[in-house]
Design a protein around this ligand. Structure first.
Ligand SMILES: *[C@@H]1O[C@H](CO)[C@@H](O)[C@H](O)[C@H]1NC(C)=O
Ligand SMILES: *[C@@H]1O[C@H](CO)[C@@H](O)[C@H](O)[C@H]1NC(C)=O
Ligand SMILES: *[C@@H]1O[C@H](CO)[C@@H](O)[C@H](O)[C@H]1NC(C)=O
Ligand SMILES: *[C@@H]1O[C@H](CO)[C@@H](O)[C@H](O)[C@H]1NC(C)=O
Ligand SMILES: *[C@@H]1O[C@H](CO)[C@@H](O)[C@H](O)[C@H]1NC(C)=O
Ligand SMILES: *[C@@H]1O[C@H](CO)[C@@H](O)[C@H](O)[C@H]1NC(C)=O
Length: 707
């Protein structure tokens, strides 16, 4: 429905695909990348919100973006560049009427752009909620200007009244297919085709029952069809199940479809769909009692292959609040199509007095088959359009639009456990792939990003489309066995003092890997003096026996096996500082000149960092100041939206603060009072070497820290 959303979703797919198949609920992304200006381009205009509707106009090089009361034309290559915009505001009179009907003037009585489609003559069709009185118009882009034609077409049934209600729409051959509510109260849901002849669904709970519309897609099913079938339009939605035999309301996911050539019936189902059929869709998540609910879909077709091989990817979320997992299931169009073409129907049966039970219909099915498009068989019987369909067929489908069969995803299970998506107060452009984040062939292949591959010649992980040479990649299984042996990592020299502490840093490129350490080829286990941390190895109260070659290795499992890489290597030796003066390295000698100087240097540094940290906290309002708390309250959006980027920008300073031993003294003061002094001495000698900064496991300052 929204191209960019789909892009986002599929950009995230590779991350999630790395999960092991047998643990769909194991939900660690392989790598997390914080939002930052350098990662994504942002467009937003001051005071304008709800950038919710998008239309990709590659022919014009535009991303057309609908927000509240405005439409923007943005540069497709850099959406932070606005090329044109047009306002579409509600009049004061419309606003007053909306308010008089009991709607919130600030929230509801605006014109939220909801429909944006390209028409055959290269213009665009736009609809907005228009203060609970939906209206549509034509819009064109020429000479760097967006122009609305002010046609003022009725938008009922095309665009929702209520901006908070979900809807779906699609347009071809100048016919708008829309799924929304037709009335002010939102109680008349329809699937409608607007022109040339308007056709819609019946107002019956067996057709649509408190639905939440999700998306629409078309399928060119007439192509090379032996049966002379028609093209179809699919609708994905969720609704309260009429067929549920349960006491409480149960929401289920559905796919419905109609035939493009449908003109409605002659007497029965006049101006209504004669081909509206729907079926339940399942995305079985192991631990869930209640079915997951469909939230968005993406149609994927290989242009070289027939429509039958197209897939629908759908995102599902739980209907209870007990879990925040989401799931993606993939469906074959041919599986869905087959259920509608050949499956059994469900039929209501009255039980006792007022109760209706839905069971599989096993009686005689009229000919032509109810809900089928007009095909060769119908044509040979003299039925060339739906207006010719017999009442028996039409009455059957009017009463039984639901199929008995439940549509299962490929493999009968979700593709993955978790999906990360966010809402935004602007529009964000994120590249499909940033292959450059992978520095080794192993990482490039294990990330299983379908857009990236390892170029043996240049020794880089690069975009598939930007390469002529053969690349190494294995998206399906993450088989990295073709990767050349990685260049050995450069060992770093590190020194220790007897009695001092040393941290050897090692950050694995993947959150799905495990790291372990070796000293002189022998695996290290955690000990009181040797702590294996997530980001490194900590040697406490060092002695001469701690010298040697330390290697940090990372093991990651894929479907084809375990892959081990060396992430870092350190040559640890006794410090050359104090050569000729054996006492200088002994703990007792800490009152010596160099150590005191080091202590002073570190404390000075600490004071500066502390001040910086304090200033930063004031700036962000973690510590309220009389003059800025009001400002914060006035701009909650600003605060929220800037959150991640602020956190990221300050990361270097925080990292500095993180390396300060002062905090460790506070946390661990009682048990180890002299640590600070020891570390200060070490810190002074090794000031330039970032990797060797001394640290303690308990040292942690995050951006929420209270001082
Ligand atoms: C529009 O955006 C504002 C600000 O984020 C939000 O409060 C409001 O609920 C949004 N309205 C709709 C219809 O989404
Ligand atoms: C590490 O020390 C060795 C000698 O002990 C030396 O040959 C080597 O160049 C040093 N490496 C670095 C990166 O300083
Ligand atoms: C450090 O190790 C030495 C022996 O190597 C030991 O005598 C001393 O007590 C240890 N210090 C601490 C604080 O654990
Ligand atoms: C991984 O790829 C190599 C080379 O293509 C192949 O020989 C090997 O069988 C594959 N391993 C698995 C487990 O599929
Ligand atoms: C801002 O950051 C805090 C702490 O990292 C987090 O709890 C909060 O959800 C973030 N807010 C947004 C809008 O990202
Ligand atoms: C202090 O350090 C010791 C080991 O050095 C650790 O076991 C302990 O948990 C730390 N105390 C705190 C409060 O972090």
């Amino acid at each position: 429905m929204h191209p960019l959303l789909s892009l986002t979703v599929f950009w995230l797919l590779p991350l999630a695909l790395t999960l092991e198949e047998d643990s769909p609920l194991d939900c660690v992304p392989r790598r997390s990348v914080p939002y930052h200006r350098d990662n994504a381009l942002l467009f937003r205009e001051e005071g304008v919100f709800n950038y919710s509707t998008m239309l990709l106009r590659e022919d014009l090089g535009l991303l057309v973006l609908g927000a509240s009361e405005a439409v923007y034309a943005l540069d497709l290559n850099d959406i932070s560049k606005k090329l044109a915009s047009v306002k579409w505001e509600v009049t004061q009179q419309q606003k007053d009427e909306c308010k008089n009907k009991g709607k919130d003037p600030k929230l509801d009585c605006k014109n939220y752009i909801r429909i944006l489609h390209e028409t055959e003559d290269n213009r665009m069709y736009v609809c907005g909620t228009n203060a609970f009185d939906p209206e549509c118009d034509y819009m064109s882009y020429a000479d760097g200007k967006l122009t609305l034609e002010k046609k003022g077409e009725d938008g009922k049934g095309k665009c929702p009244f209520d901006p908070f209600q979900r809807y779906a729409s699609i347009m071809f051959e100048n016919s708008l297919y829309s799924a929304t509510s037709m009335n002010f109260l939102g109680s008349e849901p329809v699937l409608m085709r607007s022109s040339p002849i308007s056709i819609r669904t019946e107002f019956k709970s067996s057709w649509l029952h408190e639905p939440n519309f999700v998306s629409m897609a078309e399928m060119p099913e007439s192509e090379m069809s032996a049966e002379g079938d028609d093209d179809k339009v699919y609708l994905f939605f969720s609704e309260t199940a009429v067929e549920c035999d349960c006491y409480n309301k149960l929401v289920v996911s559905r796919v419905a479809r109609v035939c493009k050539g449908d003109l409605g019936g002659q007497r029965t189902l006049q101006k209504k769909w004669t081909s509206f059929l729907k079926a339940r869709m399942d995305c079985p998540v192991l631990e869930s009692q209640l079915p997951y609910i469909i939230q968005d879909t993406y149609r994927w077709c290989d242009p070289q292959r027939p429509w039958k091989d197209c897939l629908f990817y759908a995102v599902f979320t739980p209907q209870s609040d007990t879990s925040d997992l989401s799931a993606v299931c993939a469906y074959r169009v041919s599986d869905i199509s087959k259920v509608f073409a050949e499956g059994k129907y469900k039929s209501p049966v009255p039980v006792e007095t007022s109760f209706v039970k839905w069971v599989m219909y096993s009686g005689e099915v009229p000919v032509p088959r109810p809900g089928a498009c007009i095909n060769n068989e119908a044509r040979s019987a003299g039925i060339t359009q739906t207006l010719d369909l017999p009442d028996r067929t039409l009455q059957f489908i009017k009463d039984r639009p639901l199929m008995d069969h439940v549509i299962q995803p490929i493999g009968e299970k979700p593709l993955m456990g978790q999906l990360y998506a966010g809402s935004d107060y602007g529009a964000v452009q994120i590249p499909l792939a940033t292959c450059g984040r992978s520095l080794s062939c192993m990482d490039c292949v294990l990330s299983r990003d379908p857009y990236c591959g390892w170029d043996k010649v240049t020794g880089k992980c690069i975009l598939l489309s930007s390469s002529q040479s053969e690349l190494i990649q294995n998206v399906k299984e993450g088989n990295a066995s073709l990767c050349p042996h990685a260049d050995p990592v450069k060992p770093l020299n590190q020194s220790i003092w007897p009695g001092g502490n040393l941290k050897l840093r090692c950050l694995s490129p993947s959150s799905l890997s495990e790291t372990f350490w070796e000293r002189d080829g022998r695996r290290l286990t955690s000990a009181p003096r040797l702590q294996l941390l997530r980001d490194g190895l900590l040697i406490l109260n060092a002695s001469d026996s701690d010298t040697g070659v330390y290697r940090c290795l990372s093991v990651e499992r894929s479907k084809t096996g375990e892959y081990t890489t060396t992430v870092a290597e350190f040559q640890v030796s006794t410090s050359p500082v104090g050569v000729g003066d054996g006492n200088a390295i002994l703990p007792e000698a800490r009152t010596d000149g160099p150590s005191v100087a080091g202590l002073q240097a570190t404390i000075g540094f600490l004071v500066v960092s502390l001040l910086a940290l304090l200033a930063w906290n004031f700036y962000n309002g973690h510590i309220p100041l009389p003059w800025n708390c009001r400002k914060n309250r006035e701009q909650p959006m600003e605060q929220e939206g800037g959150n991640s980027s602020v956190a990221y920008q300050h990361a270097p300073r925080l990292a500095l603060a993180e390396d300060k031993p002062l905090v460790s003294e506070r946390d661990n003061g009682t048990s180890n009072n002299n640590h600070a002094g020891e570390e200060a001495a070490l810190g002074a000698a090794e000031e330039e070497n970032d990797a060797s900064k001394v640290n303690l496991p308990s040292v942690q300052i995050n951006d929420e820290s209270e001082i």
